[in-house]
Design a binder for this molecule. Sequence first.
Ligand SMILES: [Mg+2]
Length: 222
Amino acid sequence: MSDRASTTAGRVLVSDFDGTMTRRDFFQLVFERLLPPGTPDYWGDYLAGRITHFEALRSIFGSVTAGEAALIEVVRSMGLDPDLKSEVEALRADGWRVVVASAGCDWYIRRLLAEADVSPEVHANPGRIEGGRLVMELPVNSRFYSRETGIDKVGVVRAALAEAGTVAFAGDGRPDLAPALLVPSELRFARGVLAEELTRLGEGFRPFERWAEVSRALHRPS
Ligand SMILES: [Mg+2]
């Protein structure tokens, strides 16, 4: 039993959500499908350094006037890995704890995870629907609070490293670069822009297309 407890505490997989546990980003789908014409270029403002990443996402989400049903439709088309539940269970059985770290909004993350009947630890920006609009707030009470992204993924990985002997990381975006570099390359899983950035820097990683490939590479084959 003590063995079990120590292995459970000993291995943590920190995972991004959008584009990592899902095929598509909520943000990207909102951009493509729901942004009303004439919406200011919040993403451009962020890229130019005029507003934070969090402010850009909050403004983009808050610009959608299509209503809750349309937002839920977008959430459903993100393509959560269909094997998430069985894979999280297989990881747990092998002593791994899964921690989700996202600069996105917990409104859609918790919704998708609940539908899949999975309940990992989640660090994301709190959100709710108010008057048909998605309202996202800074996680001011989180121990991983960051003004820039809401959730500080580097902080999440550092905390995992302080608590556990073995920490893996999986992600797909530019904000995943700094946290990914904190773990050893054999436990660093990347796709998309993150894979491109790591390649550019000459840093090692393990490529993946879907989340189940990450989990299967970590837990013992059953
Ligand atoms: Mg992502």
